[in-house]
Design a protein around this ligand. Structure first.
Ligand SMILES: NC(=O)CC[C@H](N)C(=O)O
Length: 303
């Protein structure tokens, strides 16, 4: 477990990288976030340590794709789930359509938009209130009952949803989408618009470093499912930047276009970082750098 001082050093050493990326602006509401934020939090059995802006809430965006998958793994059996979505890295941008046509509407993995939209469609089929269920889950996992989904961000995404709608309709044309596209998009955007801090996220992801059992001692996943999710995070969690992330950081991880990244050190700790400026793949520039520094300084690459 790093000390607060070590985390402060990581934040200080990442500060010169500010200005080296671009805040997501394809969702206009996200473009309003100040670009100079830097936060890091680590959670182990001993609790949370953080530095920088680690207590400030931000839009978790694609990090919600992990929570959605975990929910779906509790509702569907293995065979059913993976008949609808694959387990391979895509090597393409997170919101790409090209592969979907060639691969007959089956998304490569649950951590790109197409995959998360199929997972959300599956949640929509089995849950009466999927938006609320997701909020309950992140509140329980993080121990923070005040977590909410930002209605302005969700509305902004809905107003600019042409690409996600196109992905969903393409999958529907192949028979891999059961519910009304508009209803599923609204649920998906509500999940993406959840606001959490690095401290919340580090707590919420602790179960993935602890054989599927959360800080509240609830078993969220079996040990086997936990290994499976970590394997998918290690290979697919940062879209077409997943190989580079494994090379530099060496931890299963998941990013979002809000600038957050969560990472897991199996058996030890979960880490969350935040800095809004992104690289061309949509991953936080300073966020990846902070995780790389932490991994190197503590010797925590899993490889
Ligand atoms: N990579 C991301 O974080 C993308 C999530 C975003 N809500 C979208 O659908 O485009």
């Amino acid at each position: 477990m790093p000390t607060a001082l070590q985390l402060q050093e990581v934040v200080a050493d990442a500060t010169p990288l500010l200005g080296g990326g671009k805040v997501a602006d394809y969702i206009p509401e996200l473009a309003k976030v100040p670009s100079g934020k830097l936060g890091i939090a680590v959670c182990s059995h001993r609790g949370v340590v953080g530095a920088g802006d680690f207590e400030e809430a931000f839009s978790i965006q694609s990090i919600s794709k992990v929570f959605a998958l975990v929910l779906a793994m509790g509702l569907y059996d293995e065979q059913e789930l993976w008949s609808r979505v694959g387990k391979e890295p895509s090597g393409n941008p997170f919101n790409s359509l090209v592969q979907l046509e060639f691969e007959r509407g089956k998304p490569r993995n649950p951590f790109i938009n197409a995959g998360a939209l199929v997972i959300t469609d599956m949640l929509q089929s089995r849950l009466s209130a999927p938006k609320q269920r997701m909020l309950e889950m992140v509140r329980e996992l993080s121990g923070n009952p005040h977590i909410v989904s930002d209605k302005l961000v969700a509305a902004s995404e809905y107003q600019h949803s042409a690409r996600n709608a196109a992905i969903a309709y393409l999958m529907k044309s192949f028979g891999n989408f059961d519910n009304d596209v508009d209803a599923v998009l609204r649920t998906y955007f509500s999940h993406c618009a959840i606001r959490m801090s690095c401290a919340d996220l580090a707590r919420a992801f602790f179960f993935l470093s602890n054989k599927g059992s959360g800080l509240d001692h609830q078993n969220r996943l079996s040990e086997k499912q936990n290994r499976q999710v970590n394997a998918l995070l290690a290979t697919c969690g940062l879209y077409d930047g997943s190989g580079e992330f494994a090379y530099r950081v060496g931890m299963p991880g998941k990013s979002g276009v809000g600038g957050g990244i969560v990472a897991v050190v199996p058996g030890q700790m979960s880490v969350a970082v935040w800095s809004p400026e992104l690289d061309p793949s949509g991953n936080s520039v300073a966020g990846v750098a902070m995780l790389e520094m932490l991994s190197k300084r503590l010797g925590r690459s899993i490889f």
